[in-house]
Write a protein that binds this ligand. Structure first.
Ligand code: HSE
Length: 349
């Protein structure tokens, strides 16, 4: 599997590191032999070598010089992201450019160009999935390509694939989740006495927050994840903008402390429920009892509760952000892509 990175920030670099560290295991365990052939990043330049780039040297130049085009003796430098998708010999594009959930661009263009050129895509970018999942999936299907986006919800904790594969046969009639690490971290730290601003600053330092943390604080990040879950897991397409959404900006220290005194906790929850007319989805802070399964989920950890008709409630909890964890979500998709090609089947999608 020849891989090209479009975007090469922390998540892309984490995946490159994982591919290097796990190279032999991936070959032995899954028969998946990966080679990174190209990287293109708006700020860090571009490098391409059809025979493969040496990952330690690549990471070395990007970390020490802040540029990928400082990589020595490659075949080609300076390809744009579209040239990287169209002109390189990559089979699979790792799309990890910044997320713009308003337009989904430039990621949507990247996905379309990849599929039209017969190349698969794995991405953690919520924009294309929240805004254009059906169109992109049919384009991928018609070009016999794989489209993987496990990391768009709860990073490497398999919130999408678990209900689609392991919980098959259930009617999942409600999903409730803590889907944003930054806000859960802030609420947890405020319970421990920190101010909102101090807690946000820490969440930014740890790299949980979006480039613009308004998206976390106002609940927009969760709203897009809710749209993805509703469409992909519950089968009801809903526009993110139609989901009522309130973030945590109106919660203050006093409210959080008095909730604790009542043996309750404030959590920013996504709720999606099937109704007779379709779906009811919303994002809002809720004060839940200490014995609610989601109340004990603290810090940047995420959790999701699937209410299922046959198995009963199933809860999945784990990291919802983090470089290695999100890099891992792309690896899950790559392994699935490989298995799909091998079996020539779409069953594991
Ligand atoms: N800013 C997001 C969070 C990152 O805090 O959960 C993952 O989408």
């Amino acid at each position: 599997m020849k891989v090209a990175f479009v975007g090469f920030g922390g998540v892309g670099q984490a995946l490159a590191e994982i591919l290097h560290e796990k190279k032999e295991i991936l070959i032995k365990q899954y028969g998946l032999d990966t080679k990174v052939v190209a990287v293109s990043d708006l700020m860090k330049g571009a490098v391409y070598d059809p025979d493969g780039l040496d990952i330690p040297s690549l990471l070395n130049v990007v970390r020490n010089e802040g540029r990928v085009d400082a990589y020595p003796n490659a075949k080609e430098y300076g390809f744009s992201s579209l040239e990287t998708i169209e002109k390189t010999n990559a089979d699979l594009i790792v799309e990890v450019t910044f997320t713009d959930v308003q337009t989904g661009q430039p990621a949507i263009d990247h996905c379309e160009a990849a599929f039209k050129n017969g190349k698969s895509v794995v991405t953690t970018n919520k924009g294309p999935v929240a805004l254009k999942l059906d169109e992109l999936q049919s384009l991928a299907d018609s070009h016999n390509c794989f489209f993987g986006f496990e990391g768009t919800v709860m990073s490497g904790t398999p919130a999408l694939r678990l209900p689609k594969t392991t919980l098959m046969g259930n009617d999942i009639y409600e999903v409730v989740g803590i889907l944003n690490g930054t806000t859960n971290y802030i609420l947890t730290e405020m319970e421990l006495g920190l101010s909102f601003d101090q807690a946000l600053e820490q969440a930014q330092e740890f790299g949980y927050a979006e480039a613009n943390p308004t998206s976390d604080i106002e609940g927009y990040d969760v709203r897009y994840k809710t749209a993805i879950l509703s469409h992909y897991v519950m089968g009801e397409k809903i526009s993110a903008l139609d989901i009522p959404c309130e973030g945590i900006a109106n919660l203050n220290g006093d409210m959080i402390q008095s909730a604790l005194e009542e043996d309750k906790s404030w959590k920013l929850l996504a709720r999606i429920r099937k109704t007779d007319d379709g779906i009811d989805a919303r994002v809002a802070p809720e004060k839940i009892d200490a014995n609610h399964p989601l109340a004990g989920v603290k810090g940047a950890t995420n959790a999701i509760l699937y209410e299922c008709d046959l198995s009963g409630p199933i809860m999945l909890t784990g990291a919802g952000a983090g470089l290695k964890e999100t890099g891992f979500s792309l690896l899950i998709d790559m392994i699935h892509a490989h298995q799909v090609y091998q079996k020539n089947s779409s069953i594991v999608r």
